[in-house]
Design a protein around this ligand. Sequence first.
Ligand SMILES: C[S@@+](CC[C@H](N)C(=O)[O-])C[C@H]1O[C@@H](n2cnc3c(N)ncnc32)[C@H](O)[C@@H]1O
Length: 209
Amino acid sequence: MSNDTSTFWDKRAKQYDRSMSSHDQQFDQRLTRLKSALASTDHVLDLGCASGEIALNLSPFIKTIEGIDPSAKMIELAAQKAANQNIKNASFLATDIFDPRLEPESYDAILALNVLHLLRDHQKVLTRVNTLLKPGGKLLVETPCIGESCWWQKGLILAASRIGLVPYIHSYRAEEPQQELTQFGFTILNATYAPQHDHRATITAQKKF
Ligand SMILES: C[S@@+](CC[C@H](N)C(=O)[O-])C[C@H]1O[C@@H](n2cnc3c(N)ncnc32)[C@H](O)[C@@H]1O
């Protein structure tokens, strides 16, 4: 993972945390969907957890949750909030998904929320996600499909990414995330696409038993 990525998100950590902590209606809807897909016995990994707001709010409803993120500042905020709220079953690591401390077949569910479009190597990451999940484990995805934005929005975002103002961004078309997950061996349990909310694809996929 490039240093540029962690520096970019480090700089935005406090602001990102403030925006997430306000819990708007969309946040509540996301949380409701995630809770309904998870069980109280689940061990969960949150890939790209940022400042941990989703992980901490899910923690009462699952067994354990581990959040990982390349931004040390995001992880610092997440760990601080867990300590302040005395949450014992959530832990946070500044690392990537290839960290050998993450054990194969140890997670009932992996969250990849607003992060897949930031990855350069989808094949490597999704193969690793598959390895880390238990057989039958769930992958819960939300991703903006920037390839569906109007031409000038898409143009602005991709130009900003090309000249290094923002990190790498993959310009997904609406149907692409589902196709990609199928291609890497997942079964799609549920998928929706919301053009009115950042052209967001929301998918529940499952590792084969
Ligand atoms: C848009 S935020 C999403 C945060 C959170 N998952 C959510 O949905 O609210 C993207 C996060 O992904 C992290 N990130 C960027 N590249 C990543 C990568 N290759 N692997 C894991 N996380 C990454 C960033 O540091 C940032 O915290």
